[in-house]
Design a protein around this ligand. Sequence first.
Ligand code: ADP
Ligand code: MG
Length: 366
Amino acid sequence: MTTLQLGIDLGTTNSLIAQFIDGETKLIPNRLGHFLTPSVVSMTEDGTILVGLAARERLSTAPGHTAAAFKRFMGTDKRFHLGNQQFRAEELSALILKSLKEDAEAYLQEEVRDVVITVPAYFNAIQRQATQQAAQMAGLNVLRLLNEPTAAGLAYNLQEKPDNTRFLIYDLGGGTFDVSILDYFDGVVQVSASAGDNHLGGEDFLQALKHCFLQRCTELSKSDIEKLNLQKDIWQPLEIAKRQLSQESEVDISINFEGKEYKTRITREDFQQASSVLFSRLRQPLERALRDARLNPEQIDGIILVGGATRMPMISRSIVQLFKKIPQLGVNPDEAIARGAAIQAALIFRNQHLDEVILTDVMPFS
Ligand code: ADP
Ligand code: MG
């Protein structure tokens, strides 16, 4: 029996697990058949723990028993209340990891133990240690903690590029924005600059879409709007509409509120206008990363988009404007990190299908 070569992207919004097998990466579906498991934990009235989509749905129906976006608090003393029980961020992360482990075991029909887990490049020693502890609580052995941008680089075969290749990793997830510049030289990938905004992501674009909808939906009175609850009444239709707008130039959004249906058409143009402040905020970390690495946009060899929110066409457009280069495509942006982590696991086991580079991930930050 060969050793399983597995990588986990433990994300703020979604987590996933991938396997390197037969010379390529494959995502492992969870018990629902989905590749993405929402990083949400909920406790039911009878004390049962729910993880993933079932928990995500309870963010609206049982917010006091449900926790999300806890990755931001890894290694802190913050306590999350799920009913009358308290959890630390690493305990909640452990529940996510355990769920991924169990689902992968059911799918692979094998015990899952050794994994590569990714962390943001800016995670400090305490946050990394908290991630290790979460893995331990979940019964996993961490082969290596890998920086997320490095994982994205591996998913795009940075390890097979000529020396001195420079990639810019543009990662816009649900609630965080990270820009990293990777340098590849002599078998070593180095994060040479990293900048970001810890409170900027797809959720903010959802808020922008909400404002846009409320402005246009004139049938809703001011007092209705005050009573509307984003999670409960409109999260679902807005989230669907936001994704549709990545494909189509206009969508109809309809919500049910107090027994009545409210419907409005929103164009991509409207959405883009409502998001203009967010676009200027996306610009700053890019400029900072380039400045810190002392590079001009022309000196970047490839731009890699990571994170589900980069599926919005306006993101690639803004990158083309700045870099005069089309971002690399080929790997789904919300899957790249997990796939790269699985490649790292394969490199650790010196998989015969990959170059025998000893890949090191160097972090210049403490
Ligand atoms: P994280 O890194 O935070 O765990 P992901 O990379 O999974 O998160 O990204 C989640 C975000 O991506 C969510 O805000 C979601 O709405 C957004 N997203 C996913 N698919 C699309 C799409 N097709 N169009 C626009 N946004 C999308
Ligand atoms: Mg992510």
